[in-house]
Write a protein that binds this ligand. Structure first.
Ligand code: NAP
Length: 228
């Protein structure tokens, strides 16, 4: 049994991951604004945009997964500085704050794993994605540098999904026509489910990936690498 902290276990990918880890008998702690309806060992009620530090926790952490993110898709000319700042705050600065706060707990593990989230739109340029791509591109650079600095005791990897059916993506997936159109754009002809991504996050937390760090995993139905 291992002990993991999931920032964002109340919804979407983080929820699916927490559920899977609990079924594997791991201990799961959660951090978010709302409490997940899952039997987590401890919930930390915290907004990652808060200027105060999150509370300290006791004991070892074998892994930390940071899920908060945004999908703010607009033409570049319509995006305001505050949009860029907001996306950076939630995806990058929140992750930095949470990792710095709980690093002493991760350092108590013989080998800990950190998992962060990017997007397919960093590898592949897409219209209306400048703000989210800037924020998630920063996450990818941050993660590689952090992986170098924390090796060999702590591994750091990133998952870059394409469209996944979660509350975050509700505006893009709220009817069958939108879902079918999005599915057709993917080489594997469907959009992602939270479990597709949670399965990779669970793998990255496990000892099966103990020789893997500094990687960006493209779990995207083939979107970033195939052209049919
Ligand atoms: N879904 C997609 O299509 C897609 C595509 C590419 C990348 N991604 C990335 O994948 C990651 C997970 O996305 P998802 O679709 O699972 O999102 P989601 O369903 O919106 O879940 C996000 C989780 O993060 C928490 N969270 C959000 N803002 C927070 C804040 N200010 N403070 C504390 N916790 C906060 C939420 O909890 P509370 O609301 O309770 O605080 C929730 O548990 C994100 O980084 C996203 O950018 C998603």
């Amino acid at each position: 049994m291992k002990r993991f902290l999931i920032a964002g276990a109340s919804s979407g990918i983080g929820y699916a991951l927490a559920d899977a880890l609990l079924q594997q008998q791991h201990e799961v702690l959660s951090l978010s604004r709302t409490t997940p309806d899952l039997p987590v060992a401890q919930h930390i009620s915290y907004d990652v945009k808060d200027s105060n530090e999150p509370p300290a926790i006791d004991g070892v952490l074998d892994g930390l997964v940071y899920c908060p993110g945004s999908i703010n898709l607009k033409p570049f000319k319509s995006l305001k500085q505050t949009d860029f700042q907001n996306d950076l705050d939630i995806s990058l600065h929140g992750a930095i704050k949470i990792i710095q706060r709980y690093l002493p707990n991760l350092q108590q593990s013989p080998q800990a794993s950190i998992v962060l989230f990017s997007t397919v739109a960093v590898q592949t340029g897409m219209p209306y994605h400048t703000s989210v791509a800037a924020a998630k591109g920063a996450v990818e650079g941050f993660a590689r540098a952090l992986a170098a600095e924390l090796a060999p005791k702590i591994r750091v990897n990133v998952i870059a999904p394409s469209l996944v059916k979660t509350p975050l993506a509700a505006r893009l997936t709220d009817n069958d026509t939108k879902i079918q159109a999005a599915a057709d754009r993917h080489p594997l002809k469907r959009i992602g489910e939270a479990n597709d991504i949670a399965a990779m996050a669970s793998f990255l937390l496990s000892d099966n990936t103990s020789w893997m760090t500094g990687q960006v995993l493209h779990i995207d139905g083939g979107m970033s690498s195939l052209k049919l």
